[in-house]
Ligand binder design. Sequence first.
Ligand code: AMP
Length: 432
Amino acid sequence: MLPFETLGLRSEIVRAVTERGYSTPTPVQARAIPEILSGRDMLAGAQTGTGKTAGFTLPLLQRLAATVRQGKAPRALVLTPTRELALQVAESIRDYGRYLSLRNTVIFGGVSINPQIDSLSRGTDIIIATPGRLLDHCQQRTVDLSQIEILVLDEVDRMLDMGFINDIRKVIRLLPVKRQNLMFSATYSDDIRKLAHGVLKSPVEVEVAPRNTTIESVAQSVYLVPKETKRALLSHLIRTNDWPQVLVFTRTKHGANRLTKQLQDDSITAAAIHGNKSQSARVAALTGFKSGQVRALVATEVAARGLDIKELPYVVNFELPNVPEDYVHRIGRTGRAGATGEAISLVASDESGLLKDIERLIRKSIRRDALPEISSPPKNSSPSTDVDQSQLVRQHANQRDQARRPSSQKNASGHGDRRLQGNRRFARPGSR
Ligand code: AMP
């Protein structure tokens, strides 16, 4: 028997998962799937990169597929903090549920509400939503939450950080009392415990990595570097190590824009992803990055939340986050599902307090690397490194269609982002 079958999943789901290229369940999947299938509530401490999305979507699909929807009202609701995460969860649901006949609708703000209303009015089994727009639909009575059997709160810690607690409570008040509740969070605070206490009934607790410890497979290092040298150092690291793909975190949207421009001036293809960008520009930047067209994706915290970039080898903290837990989230972008990766932080003297807080949280000290001699970049004489976002938007539409083809038409691994995997190169220890 295949390992996924031993968890009690039906053949249509095992087939979809196998075609996706997964042979063995990750630890959170092995522990969560049988419990969710049995109908229990769950509090899971699992950060992004652990395979948590399949951990809840596979049993959710199976439970819904056991009965048929009566009428149009949805039977499962997944709440996520960001639209990117909502889209990714929806993609997983579509992917893993391709041999089942369940419908889903994605709901988030910043885009026209009408297509969402159309989709809801046709009848849907699963809603994946950010809280604000979902409440708009509730107010307009374009969604009926009275038939929800399963509620998933994904990345709850981030939803609370983003101030969604009241919206979450409002949504929960609209749900039937009898339902299954699943909560996923990378970190725990008193607020999360309080929310869990109010929402979950005798939950099984699943914790895959010790709380707030960073993923073992990620090599972490720090450069202590003057603020004004950071940009040259980053550009030097990308060029001399020949990094094919790097996700760079800045603290502000303005900083992300500025750094993107500077990298482009250094002949490195770069795109920014942050809250001031339109949804289509964000999706296009991400798609360009996944396809290998964009070498450096410069992101702010919130925009990067939920980015699912397979086997991303390098994450750079251009600035340390103000909240130490965010460091754990950020570096969770690499070393996903057992892959190895590197997280490098550029730390200026005024950030030493933040670095101490992070080391206290993760309970280990991060290796300090000596600054290399920085070579100057070639002058960008060609405009081709300036990634035209509207061009990316158009390309994204094509790539998306391609990504939706049955996996038999894709590459042998079943993944659509072959170039990213193919380009992957890891710096050997000490090669920097
Ligand atoms: P998540 O933690 O849900 O964001 O998933 C992290 C990454 O792991 C995603 O790219 C998934 O496609 C991948 N993944 C999930 N489950 C498995 C599995 N059983 N085997 C290999 N990769 C997986």
